[in-house]
Design a protein around this ligand. Structure first.
Ligand code: ADP
Ligand code: MG
Length: 302
């Protein structure tokens, strides 16, 4: 189904959902720390409500597709988790409306939103479980000893991580302004511009101007490094450009500059940026546009 249809449907259901529906949904969410499928008795026990009332709520949640059922019990669905996060933002008086999906042909879920303070912003849901992380190993090790740690937990961890990193970097580095975090969702400042991938710079910029843009991007990578972070997935897909200025997005997988493989990640980021800019021939008669030299420049090891 189209993303926009999914979110519209979700918002409609959210409006229909009542406090007691959310009460039961939250009980299932919390119990999923211990159960893959939360048994009905457990929900009844925690809800302190008659079983028939709990069953009534579960039926509604099932109709909204906020929960999934098995013979063992109930689990929060991806949509249910989205609903919990949106509901929290609304209840806290932060979020006013959810608009269009951003990012063409993207797997992730990023929406344009309107905040109660009148600001336009962006809501990004982290959805992991299927997707593998660059930094996946660390997570998997961490997760291995809790036997059924779910996508729910991993997605939340990923959102928390991105929010933390944005907080560390903003406003020193050109990254979106972090505004709020809840569960697997973050709200951040809306960036005007498009992914470099989708822009032909040569149509409106000279080779010198393009080269200047390249070095400005490298300087942001350097600033992030000096604050302790390496993006880890830097490419023309994660740089938004409006024709004059740019912003580097998509930070959940960032690694510390003290990570044992920091050099590998940083060099890969640099290479990705060089590869994109090479098509504009900015490296012609310029020996400084070289991965090792730029690595030394960024790390101060020259
Ligand atoms: N702060 C933002 N402002 C405007 N658009 C954004 C913002 N964050 C993300 N987007 C859009 O959503 C897309 C996906 O976001 P991103 O953070 O790169 O997640 P992922 O690549 O993991 O799906 C981006 O390519 C961009 O088009
Ligand atoms: Mg991205």
């Amino acid at each position: 189904m189209e993303g926009i249809t999914i979110i519209k449907k979700l918002i409609e259901r959210l409006k229909e959902a009542q406090d007691d529906d959310f009460k039961i949904l939250k009980i299932i969410e919390i119990s999923m720390r211990h159960y893959e499928w939360v048994p009905l008795e457990e929900i009844v026990r925690k809800a302190k409500m008659p079983e028939k009332d709990v069953l009534y709520r579960l039926k509604r949640l099932n109709k909204f597709e906020f929960v999934v059922r098995s013979t063992y019990g109930y689990a929060v669905s991806m949509g249910g988790y989205d609903a919990l996060a949106i509901n929290a933002f609304v209840k806290k008086g932060i979020l006013k409306a959810v608009g269009n999906k951003l990012g063409v042909g993207k797997e992730g879920d990023v929406y344009s939103v309107l905040l109660e303070d009148g600001r336009e912003a962006v809501l990004k849901f982290h959805k992991h479980g299927r997707t593998c992380f660059t930094r996946g190993k660390r997570y998997r090790e961490y997760i291995a000893d809790k036997h059924h740690i779910s996508w729910l937990y991993v997605s939340r961890l990923s959102a928390e991580r991105e929010f933390e990193i944005l907080n560390e970097l903003f406003p020193i580095v050109k990254v979106p302004e972090p505004i709020h975090w809840n569960r697997h969702a973050i709200i951040m400042g809306k960036v005007v511009g498009e992914e470099l991938k989708r822009i032909d710079l040569s149509k409106f910029m000279s080779r010198d101007e393009i080269k200047e843009l390249f070095w400005k991007i490298i300087d942001e990578v350097k600033k992030a490094y000096e604050l302790g972070y390496i993006h880890g997935d830097l490419s023309e897909f994660n740089i938004l450009f409006d024709g004059e200025d740019f912003v580097i997005i998509d930070w959940p997988q960032a690694v510390s500059k003290f990570h044992p493989e920091a050099e590998f990640y940083l060099k890969r980021d640099i290479e990705n940026v060089i590869r994109y800019f090479k098509k504009y021939k900015i490296d012609r008669d310029d020996e400084n546009i070289d991965t090792d030299k730029i690595f030394n420049y960024i790390t101060g090891k020259s």
